[in-house]
Write a protein that binds this ligand. Structure first.
Ligand SMILES: [Mn+2]
Length: 496
């Protein structure tokens, strides 16, 4: 052991707080010191080699000579936040971990292992992080390789698309889902970018867009998709498959259909390809094809359109069952990348397609403004852009406790609309409506026992400027008429 006291600078004992302590400063320790150079004044190095310590001091680093296995060493050093134990001696590192953990249990310890066995020992003795340099280098090499391959794929796809003119048919799997549809949109965006518009794209599918949520997805994002026919197939100069791996796999294409591009995340097991596509990227370890497409867009530095971003985010979310199934870190990373680029309110609407945003608003008004008399609910929802929201609100309000008949009314652009829903078997709501509202000029009313509707065109009342006033003026007398007909008087309300 080297006697270190003689070389210690006088001020070491009173050294201000340090943040980082490096024990053992060979080449790895020196590289860590370099990485920390922004914080240089907060780093203290301890090494057994006097010459090395002198060199470090010459370069204005704080360094002292000391034996890292010596339990007394720490008495001379203020408590650090983090200790790097990086000597090339596994027993010395193990002893240093023990010394640190008993002197300063709160300090974070990052220790270097010399082999996998000593790595386990270091962990057992309390090291928070153990680095085995050979393994770190190996992991990093493989990581770099994966990134290289991925970005080379993106480049290859881009240059292939940029060399084409004519029409590219992008075929989703049968009964396309949001993953397939959004991937097709992204491929169309890359194609138009790569070709400078010289390559037209058509998104094609064979089956049905079945699920209500999927239809909402296509409608709300205004995605143009066409039914695949032999004629359209004949009009395409190139064909791409997204979210399915080969002709005849989850699509009805003849096995010998020449496919130029395949991008997919399904297993290739059992796939017999009659022709090899020019571009094939199939990654079974990724949660969604949309995730692969997002990576291309990032690697190619292409601007991502709001609709495409929204679609891809939704595609990843749907294929990973709301990020719970087959999820890889790459999927999460891509979803996080897309979220700020996507349309949040649109996402919310797609996720709850049975109830539109306006219907929710209308329903909110209907609940606040409701008046209930003997099981009859009346609600004025005011001005409404989408007239379908009124019957939907009436449907929902009929589910309220104690309500047997619900009547919701409001003004749509050029008429007063009223919807009635009824579950009282003694009442034929269509007949009563007809009777109650027929005195109004231009009104058309009618319906069945359980549901009825009324529409009063407003042009007959065009002299009245204030539409809300108009609504009350017209509807109030007919509502009292209605109440009279069903046998309740206006005076007695039981709830409001
Ligand atoms: Mn998929």
């Amino acid at each position: 052991m080297v006697e270190s006291d003689g070389i210690l600078p006088n001020n070491t004992q009173t050294h201000k707080k340090i943040k980082y302590l490096i024990l053992g400063c060979g080449s790895i320790g020196y590289n860590v010191l370099e990485e920390l150079k922004e914080d240089d004044e907060n780093v203290l190095v301890v090494d057994v080699n006097e010459k090395r310590v002198e060199d470090l001091r010459d370069h204005r680093h704080q360094a002292i000579v000391g034996d890292i296995t010596d339990p007394g060493l720490l008495a001379k050093i203020p408590e650090p936040e983090v200790v790097f134990i990086l000597a090339a001696d596994k027993d010395a590192n193990l002893a240093a971990v023990q010394n640190i953990k008993s002197a300063y249990p709160q300090t974070h310890v990052i220790a270097r292992a010399m082999d996998l066995f000593s790595a386990d020992q270091l962990v057992d003795h309390g090291a928070d992080v153990v680095l085995y340099p050979q393994q770190v280098v190996a992991k990093s090499a493989v990581n770099h390789m994966n990134n290289l391959v991925a970005s080379r794929n993106a480049q290859r796809l881009f240059s292939l698309l940029s060399s084409w003119t004519g029409t590219l048919g992008i075929i989703t799997h049968k009964n396309p889902d949001p993953d397939a549809i959004s991937s097709a949109m992204a491929l169309a965006a890359i194609a138009s970018n790569a070709s400078g518009g010289k390559l037209a794209t058509r998104i094609l599918y064979e089956g049905n867009i079945g699920h209500q949520e999927n239809r909402a997805f296509v409608n709300l994002l205004e995605i143009k998709m066409e039914r695949l026919t032999p004629e359209i197939l004949g009009e395409c100069n190139y064909l791409a498959l997204v979210d399915c791996v080969a002709p005849g796999m989850n699509n009805d294409l003849p096995l010998d259909t020449p496919i130029n591009i395949v991008i997919d995340h399904h297993s290739t097991e059992g796939v017999t390809r009659l022709r090899k596509p020019e571009f094939l990227d199939s990654r079974p370890n990724v949660g969604a094809t949309a995730s692969i497409m997002t990576q291309y867009l990032q690697e190619l530095y292409l601007p991502i359109d709001k609709k495409v971003a929204t679609a891809l985010f939704y595609g990843i979310r749907a294929d990973t069952k709301e990020f719970q199934r087959n999820l890889s870190p790459q999927d999460l990373h891509n979803a996080a990348y897309l979220l700020p680029l996507s349309d949040r309110s649109l996402l919310e609407v797609i996720m709850a397609p049975s109830v539109s945003q306006e219907t929710l608003d209308v329903l909110g008004h209907a609940i606040v403004n409701r008046e209930v008399k003997h099981g009859y609910l009346f609600s004025n929802v005011g001005y409404v852009r989408n007239r379908d929201a009124i019957p939907q609100a009436a449907d929902m309000l009929l589910n309220l406790e104690g309500v047997t008949t619900a009547m919701v009314y409001g003004i749509t652009d050029n008429s007063i609309t009223l919807s009635a829903r009824n579950k009282d078997i003694r009442l034929h709501v269509g007949d009563v409506m007809k009777e109650a509202f027929s005195p109004i000029p231009g009104a058309s009313a009618g319906g069945h026992a359980t549901m009825a509707a009324l529409s009063i065109p407003l042009n007959a009342f065009s002299l009245v400027k204030n539409k809300d006033e108009l609504l009350n003026m017209i509807i109030d007398p007919v509502l009292s008429n209605f109440m009279k007909l069903v046998g309740i008087s206006e005076a007695e309300g039981d709830e409001s």
